[in-house]
Design a protein around this ligand. Sequence first.
Ligand code: PBG
Length: 325
Amino acid sequence: MYFPEYRPRRFRRTENLRRMIRETVLTVDQLVYPLFVLPGKNIKNPIQSMPDVYQFSVDRLMDEVATVVRLNVPAVLLFGLPQEKDEEGSEAFSDHGAVQKATLAIKEKYPDLVVITDVCLCEYTSHGHCGLLQGEQVDNDATLEVLARVALSHARSGADIVAPSDMMDGRVRAIRQALDENGHDQVGILSYSAKYCSAFYGPFREAADSAPKFGDRRAYQMDMANADEALREIAMDLEEGADMVMVKPALPYLDIIRRAKDRFDWPVAAYNVSGEYSMIKAAAAQGWLDEKRVMMEVLFSIRRAGADLILTYFAKEAAKVLLEN
Ligand code: PBG
């Protein structure tokens, strides 16, 4: 059908007509809100490069969680900072770590809120890399055991889902085995399967104090030029027992989200990362962009690309907009 028989503008004329043919749905059900938690009491530290995002001690975190619950966001993703860093990142699997305590506190007060915990070592290691070092290289196989211990301690604290973001090969199987052998067969795994080595993580590394002290993450995170490889990573993680897979970052990798969703009939999550958030916040602060509209446009683009879930620092603000509508 072509003009003049078909006039696409017919259905753009009023809001109700537009509503009727809107193809992509975004609801609060699809949002996950990331939170940064650190040891101590009565702490709420702003993060310079991420306006409206804070590092919280567990006591202050609970106010933020109350807001998340009130806005009906179904899940949070916890990142932790340690009291002290060491070569092995051992605080990551301490049952008294910030993430473990926060998980306990949240599940006690809000048992229905889904708690997802990030499983990685970079926030906990003195060198800032995501695994154990062998010289200047991250030792893949030696790291697996530590990651499994981290996931297990999160599960013991009550985490519903653990989310490994380290990009070691074989970590999903190692974590699944450890969970199952210890009676946590109901704890799910959301794998950061296709995690690219991205400059968009810049602000996060301030928030999580996790910048590598030397070198970069190119030897374990994916090369930005690759797409087929992302599908292999996802296939591998599903084979190893992942319940959900993730593409990260979201905006520069919408093509990967689409291909993942077309190829696999499994839940695909997308991480709308710190840099994607901060650049909008920065432009909006200058008055150069309309923050709410750009935020919704970005979230719709990620959904349209095929993501079932979106992890985003905009979750609270988007939930507000969605509630208003
Ligand atoms: C830890 C981790 C990172 C992010 C999530 N988990 C940073 C990194 O790999 O350096 C990035 C999240 C964001 O930028 O919002 N490995």
